[in-house]
Design a protein around this ligand. Sequence first.
Ligand code: PRX
Length: 659
Amino acid sequence: MGEEAKTAVLMKEERIFEPPKELVDQSNVKAWMDKKGFKTEKELREWCSTNYEEFWGEMANDFADWEKPFDKVLDWQPPYAKWFVGGKINMTYNCLDRHVKTWRRNKVAYIAVGEPVDDVRLFTYWDLYRETNKLANALKGMGVEKGDRVSIYLPMIPELSIAMLACAKIGAIHSVVFSGFSAKAYGDRVKDGESKVSITCDGFWRRGKTVPLKAQADEGIADAPSILKQIVYKRTGQDVPWNEGVDVWWHDAVEGQSATCDPVFVDSEDRLYILYTSGTTGKPKGIEHAQGGYCVGPPQTLSWVFDLKEDDVWWCAADIGWVTGHSYIVYAPLSLGATGVMYEGSPDFPDIGRWWKIIQDYGVTVLYTSPTAIRMFMRAGGEWPAKYDLSSLRLLGSVGEPINPEAWIWYRKNIGADKLQIMDTWWQTETGTFINSPLPITPLKPGSCAFALPGYSCEVMDEKGTVVPFGEGGNVVITEPYPSMLRAFYKDPDRYMKTYWEYYWENHPGYYLAGDKARRDDDGYFFIQGRMDDVLNVAGHRIGNSEVESACVSFPDVAEAACIGKPDEVKGEVIIAFCALNAGVVGTDELKTAIYKHVGKELSKIAAPSEIHFVADVPKTRSGKIMRRIIKAKAMGKDPGDTSTLANPEAVDAIPTIV
Ligand code: PRX
């Protein structure tokens, strides 16, 4: 049991954005409510979450095709859950085979936009099906069998999806590593997972130049004895080093392979993938996800939250190297038979209008992105999206970190024509699907991820496992299992127990500690305050870093902010803010005073930074998370450790040492 879990509540959001009637009336979730006779959203959420076994049993049959029906919805022996026990299923069958038997055979599955302008490839379901089968057959020929691991190190090209689907088709477990990670990061993950095959490419496009990947993959697998073969996709045509006997070109591997491949129907609990996520310390954790749960949770949440329809053009602008891409670029949209955009390159190539041009060119209807991306676009200015026709959009989304109300409002106004609803989805690599999120029927509050979705149970609790009253903050705790939840840490049951379950085990075995802090307002709306280990403690007030950062960013000249706590004899900690300013703004002492006053007014005097430093950029991970631990180490004159996995390692060097 930990130290006191409660957090102070400083920020109050009063604005409410009601969903337009047309959105509500045509929504997927409303249709289900009407069918079931639910009158209100509250009633819907409560019934589904209370009767979650019955609910998920129904969803499992609505959203997935089972080779053999399950006998039992759930077997829950905390901390291990088994879903859809006795069922046999295949994820790729659900994503491809079942669609090619219908009119969707020639429906576009992916609009694959390469970074070079005009490099666009359309993949129908039939194309994906055939390419996946060929690769699956090639993998089989290399000796890959059910349960074997395959490491995938590819950029944002459709071949990455194909590689994942090929693994799942034959019951092999993929382990995708983000292509921006280093050779060492790749190698560590290949070795931990003991993969038989590595799949990579020669290189990819980034800001108009080719970035080599093959040499890095080689370095990663150099001392990985489990690797039998490496498949290399030719993307850029650049020269690559070649290891005879190990390397095989993708086009050679699939040459002559049959375009049909029988799916290996696996037990519902057989693993679909491992995805490594970094913990606060040490070695990355290999999160394991199961086939059966994944055939249900991702498509169900995408259908209800983003309301996907047959004619939507969905764009989840994440990278498949993260869970967001696994669930919402690959498995959920394909399972629903949707059309999705996939973009290879940088948002500022050839200029910062690229995303808006993609939306215009392909008539994107639903856009899902991150607060970091939104703040970057804010910084560039509303004149960029204004140059393009974004009128095809009908719904927006956000994920990855708390979205500060300032960015939320900008997003709605500049991208959403001042009328589109924003689904702020809170979830994790571990959860596989959204947990807390608005629905198209939900009145929104900027910066809030609303409530636990139907079928999910999430609370804000103190350190004893008691729900804190509305209006107060504490730990985010998931109290019941759900189909897409993580099943284990690869080869590390002790750490699995310790990281998530131990905290509440004594009184509440089965309560999952998410590691985030949140508060709920008087109406029960969740406002995520950031990671537990990021919480500041100023004069006995526990304050979420993200709340202070959000207040800094709501000052007009500030583009991004990172806040850390500096030990202080009197107050325990004082707040140090590092602010990146909008283009052209000069950092002066007057400006510091103005920001200081602004934060004091927005939040409270105790939350006003005692020092403000102007920096060119804030250090972030590739998935856009502010790396406060690294910033803090640098500022405190300590070794910031390995910064190679950051999006902008040079930003760390620019952090001044302040002690
Ligand atoms: O702190 C929360 C933050 O991202 C963490 C999960 O990170 P990861 O496993 O990399 O998955 C990111 C994509 C799902 C959470 O513990 N986070 C994610 N979404 C939100 C968020 N914080 C606030 N609001 C969100 N919508």
